[in-house]
Write a protein that binds this ligand. Structure first.
Ligand code: ZN
Length: 245
């Protein structure tokens, strides 16, 4: 019989303070918690041990939660997934987000987060669309011709490639062929970063921290050391992960 104390949760969050706070919150609840500071870090953790549940922020540098969750859905379909973001006003799972549940930072308290996790662990996955779920990708900027471009990770071969977009369609599900394999990648361009203002983030953090105690110095220094590790380029890191598999 699975008990709460044995449930392993991987927390993926780029904000160190939030990561430590959530980690301590879940640890105090009796969960077996590990942490990752972005999508790549999370994939490395998944090679060591598969958790029962992943709680992932959606807006992270390097590899966003949207990209991470689309990879997780494909490779580890049995893992429960809770997406979290401060970018949406609704507490429902935003359209296109491939998660079993959604935690709206800023709208919901720490107690509500615990309730969401406990409920999902009790009831199991709510949906399994897997392969047809679109990839969410952040806007990357403009190329040398001034055209906006994005970097997409193929859900079949997991290679990344940049391509230009003719117009910045908002929230539309789009398709493009992978340049490496015959797969056609379904994707949505993620505009949440522009609505997820620093002020909104800071306000949520202050509110969350108010109800929680700070984590230990030991955990903080470990995480700080992890974050100081040199960064590889995105595709180099993905290839590196694939080579180890
Ligand atoms: Zn491909």
């Amino acid at each position: 019989m699975r008990t709460k104390s044995k449930t392993r949760i991987l927390v993926v969050e780029d904000d160190t303070t939030v990561r430590l706070t959530i980690s301590k919150l879940l640890g105090d609840e009796g969960y077996d918690v590990s942490t990752a500071n972005d999508g790549f870090d999370a994939l490395l953790h998944l090679q060591q041990a598969i958790p029962e549940l992943i709680l992932s922020d959606l807006n992270m540098p390097q590899m966003s939660g949207f990209e991470l969750l689309s990879v997780v859905r494909r490779r580890f379909p049995e893992v429960l997934v809770v997406a979290s973001s401060g970018a949406y006003d609704s507490i429902a799972v935003p359209t296109g987000v491939i998660a079993d549940a959604f935690y709206a930072k800023g709208q919901e308290s720490a107690a509500e987060l615990l309730e969401i996790l406990a409920h999902l662990i009790r009831t199991g996955p709510t949906r399994r669309k897997g392969e047809s779920a679109p990839v969410w990708i952040p806007r990357n900027g403009k190329d040398h011709d001034g055209k906006p471009f994005v970097v997409l990770t193929c859900t079949q071969c997991l290679r990344s490639f940049p391509f230009t977009v003719e117009h910045e369609a908002s929230g539309e599900v789009l398709k493009t062929p992978c340049i490496y394999c015959p797969h056609e990648v379904t994707y949505i361009i993620d505009f949440s970063r522009s609505v997820n203002s620093p002020e909104k983030r800071a306000a949520w953090k202050a509110a969350f921290l108010k109800s929680q105690k700070e984590s230990s110095e030991a955990t903080l220094s470990r995480v700080t050391a992890e974050m100081a590790e040199p960064r590889m380029t995105k595709s180099a890191r993905l290839q590196n992960i694939l080579n180890r598999t």
